[in-house]
Ligand binder design. Structure first.
Ligand code: FE
Length: 212
């Protein structure tokens, strides 16, 4: 039930932006209809900000929280047959503050499962992705569940190709993360919604601007 409303909300938003001609402003990301990048300019009550196209401003860092574990396996998906929840394709580009794509950057991604539970014994819902020559990454996962005190979020920690830690933050989902009160949540860290893929998965983009 709630999922339907969220999707409808997202759909309305995309349509409104296309009609207002903002689609031409899409910058670094080549994904189609990434028009949500300019929402922050509007300031209307119905337009939440989302991670903008690179303007050189580093992505807002956030705390890693208590559940980070190093050593997550390289993975293109965190999902297996046993994984519940709504599928999500998390994509994006890592760029330097000069807006140059950072190839070979490594992202540790970790999150709660659909029930809001972290795997602190193993590496379920934890993985590492490496950016390609264009600084892009993609990871199949699920929409995380909330847990006490926190709205749904996905943790990410970025390392340069040499393994030096560059930044840590949290990624939020429109229509999900902004529905539960949470003092850590910041709308500047909302991923942009892209069209669902051929398998019906929700696709979001979250670009990360790092000080190299
Ligand atoms: Fe967390």
């Amino acid at each position: 039930m709630g999922g339907t409303m969220r999707w409808r909300f997202g759909g309305v938003w995309v349509v409104a932006l296309v009609l207002s001609g903002c689609a031409s402003r899409v910058g670094a990301l080549t994904a189609p209809a990434g028009a949500l990048t300019t929402v922050a300019e509007g300031g209307s009550p119905t337009s939440l900000p989302a991670t903008p196209t690179c303007d050189g401003t580093p992505t807002l860092p956030q705390t890693e929280g208590p559940y980070y574990k190093s050593g997550a396996p390289e993975a293109s998906t965190l999902v297996d047959e046993a994984t519940g929840g709504d599928r999500l394709m998390l994509t994006g580009q890592v760029l330097t503050t000069a807006c140059v794509p950072l190839a070979g950057a490594r992202l540790d991604v970790w999150q709660a499962d659909a029930g809001g539970v972290y795997d602190n014994a193993g590496y379920r819902m934890r993985g590492r992705v490496t950016t390609d020559a264009d600084g892009r990454y993609a990871l199949e996962t699920i929409v995380p569940g909330p847990y006490p005190g926190r709205t749904p979020h996905i943790h990410v920690k970025v390392f340069d190709p040499g393994g030096r830690e560059l930044m840590t933050t949290q990624i939020y989902l429109i229509g999900v993360s902004d529905q539960i009160a949470d003092s850590i949540f910041d709308p500047r860290l909302l991923a942009r919604d892209l069209p669902a893929d051929a398998e019906g998965r929700r696709v979001v983009a979250f670009d990360i601007i790092v000080q190299p």
